[in-house]
Write a protein that binds this ligand. Sequence first.
Ligand SMILES: CC(C)(COP(=O)(O)OP(=O)(O)OC[C@H]1O[C@@H](n2cnc3c(N)ncnc32)[C@H](O)[C@@H]1OP(=O)(O)O)[C@@H](O)C(=O)NCCC(=O)NCCS
Length: 331
Amino acid sequence: MADETRLRDCYELVISGQDVDDPGVPADSYRRFRSQWTHGWAGNPQQIWLATAASGALLGCYVLALPERENRANGFLSPVVAPSARRRGVGTALVAHAAEQAALAGRTLLMADARVGAPGHTFAGVIGARPGLTEVRRVLDVGPALHARLPALQAEADAHAAGYTLRRWAGVTPDDLVSQVCALNTAMEDAPHEESFEPLAWDADRLLEQERRAVAEGARMYSVAALRDAASAAAALTQVFIDPDVAGWGFQGLTAVIREHRGHRLGLLVKVAMLEWLAEAEPELGQIVTGNAAANKHMIAVNEKLAHRVTDYFQFFELDVAAARKLAVRQ
Ligand SMILES: CC(C)(COP(=O)(O)OP(=O)(O)OC[C@H]1O[C@@H](n2cnc3c(N)ncnc32)[C@H](O)[C@@H]1OP(=O)(O)O)[C@@H](O)C(=O)NCCC(=O)NCCS
């Protein structure tokens, strides 16, 4: 329970910086934050550390993910400082502390991302982190204007997608599709990524654990797949998550097309079908937010056809653990 209180404090701290750090989207719900800070992504172990003043007031905190299956040389770091305690060296101290933990776990590289234009972006440069890939956030406005465009997009996709049928499900992946959905998740290795980042290999345990937890935590998950008729093999998949505590917003999850099925407009096909479905299932939905590596031109082309608008740029950063351990920490 003490930990739950501390976690809540970390959440309050993070969202208190939202209007400077990330004003374009609603703050995460506590439900989502809690999930990310306690379970993380793909079940990776992680540590949370808090920096407090002598008075006990929380100055900052970080979560450090230390993956065990892939990325065993990397630590993924999210440091956050209370807006009222910034520019006093707390952020630098958090990174230096995280570097010690990363070194203890045998890691040589810290990875993080920051929104371009936000304090974290300047900070990352100042502490010597190397900028890597840029990720672009886009928002799709969902409403009558979008729905008026969908029939033409549907016709365009249909003209190229003969021999494929659609299947959709809410919640956890049905048993007969689990191995194929794992293959579609693994197909994401083709998406542009940092050289030092090792894409995740998906198996049934990893997939179902992740999905069951999301559902147990209250997320509503929608999936639409395109199946090759003859073989009933899943060729493409798109997923959208709804957090019941973030009214009006949807979060794009995976969209992937298996390599040998590319070129049939399946990305567009499944996304249009998803939007039609969400119009009935989630009538309050007003926006869907998505992120893609700036270099991911095929996915971006699909998103642009649907009229997503760019809202923000994020930059990945890498910092050698050895260098982070030498950062000058103010006393
Ligand atoms: C990024 C963050 C952790 C920095 O915390 P902090 O305690 O202010 O950092 P420090 O005081 O150690 O800053 C070190 C140096 O970074 C630079 N810096 C930090 N914030 C800056 C800002 N808003 N504008 C310009 N430079 C900045 C300065 O050079 C600063 O030294 P100075 O104050 O002596 O000039 C804080 O702004 C934050 O919580 N942001 C939201 C989360 C985030 O973006 N995390 C980082 C992801 S990489």
